[in-house]
Design a binder for this molecule. Sequence first.
Ligand SMILES: *Cc1c(COP(=O)(O)O)cnc(C)c1O
Length: 378
Amino acid sequence: MKEIRMVDLNGQHQKIHTLINNSIEGVINSTAFINGPEVKNFQKSLENYLNAKHVIPCGNGTDALQISLMSLCLRPGDEIITSDFTFIATSEVIAFLGLKPVFVDVEPGSFNISPDSIKKSLSPKTKVIVPVHLFGQCANMDEILNIAKENNLFVIEDTAQALGAEYSFSDGTKARAGTMGDIGTVSFFPSKNLGAYGDGGAIITNNDDLATKIRSIGNHGMEKRYYHNRIGVNSRLDSIQAAILNVKLKYLDEYNQSRQKAAAFYDKAFRNLDGITIPHRTNSSTHIFHQYTLTTEPELRDPLNAWLAQKGIPSMIYYPVPLHQQKVFSNYGYNNKKFQVTGSLSRRVISLPMHTELDKEQLDYIVSHIITFLNNHK
Ligand SMILES: *Cc1c(COP(=O)(O)O)cnc(C)c1O
């Protein structure tokens, strides 16, 4: 059996290595390393894929979030509502810009931000909601967009884990993750569903004015060369990464289907077992399984993690500490009682190996060891 990994970038690369090597060589031969034609090509391909008006490539997913917030004319102390259960990047840029992260609880099934908790956290200072489409499944965008509309708020969708997921609105229309709010942000970190061979990110918007501003902020506040209208940053997608991403984008749906196939295998094996719960699917979104995350009885989680490690099966805890409990945010004085669900999830979640290259032998091996563990703990 091939070694089991959380993510198998090597196996994925082997299947497309000629195309990738040619794309890299093309950029090297052109020497258009920064803002070369490959960046524009990738931008156009991603706009087409998403059916979005503007894609603005940038350096990484964290920059995408930061630049998006910078484009909204916010003032120090403005409140940004976001999920308590996500990677730190979503909230650290909020604090970095002198804005206040207001964390809210998530739904126990989908792990995504709870619209009811959002409503309870609104204040006159609230300006933006940043839902995160966690683990590859969209948050409840019908309700989030309604709350935003009623309260005149911007919505930035953190789509780092969900590029390619599709949301179905209650009226039957469909949209890709990242294209529903005012702005969507994406990461091309190598382990993401569309991964570069280094860092990369992008910002999505259908709003022409925001697109102009975002483009300018990502490029030192310039619109015309050497005329600077605002404070910006330097955040660019490398031409080599753009060329690689342009090859890989053609495979994204196929990659997501491979993940769904592995998830279906896990589901079937684990559906009726005591002690663990398979990831919940909402009716309104496809799930592209950036992570396959089980919820266990709290006393089983760490022993299962250790047992799997012994058997050569990696597993990860996303996330072991809810954001409101992170040391970096201790000065905000968040109240643990407001976060019943994230508090509980952080003791119960465990993510299994999930990538495009898992074969039946590996999946059988993983499943059988989890079943043996559960039988030993009855
Ligand atoms: C990966 C990730 C980011 C950050 O992306 P980088 O490209 O690593 O900066 C932001 N938000 C979420 C939810 C992520 O998973």
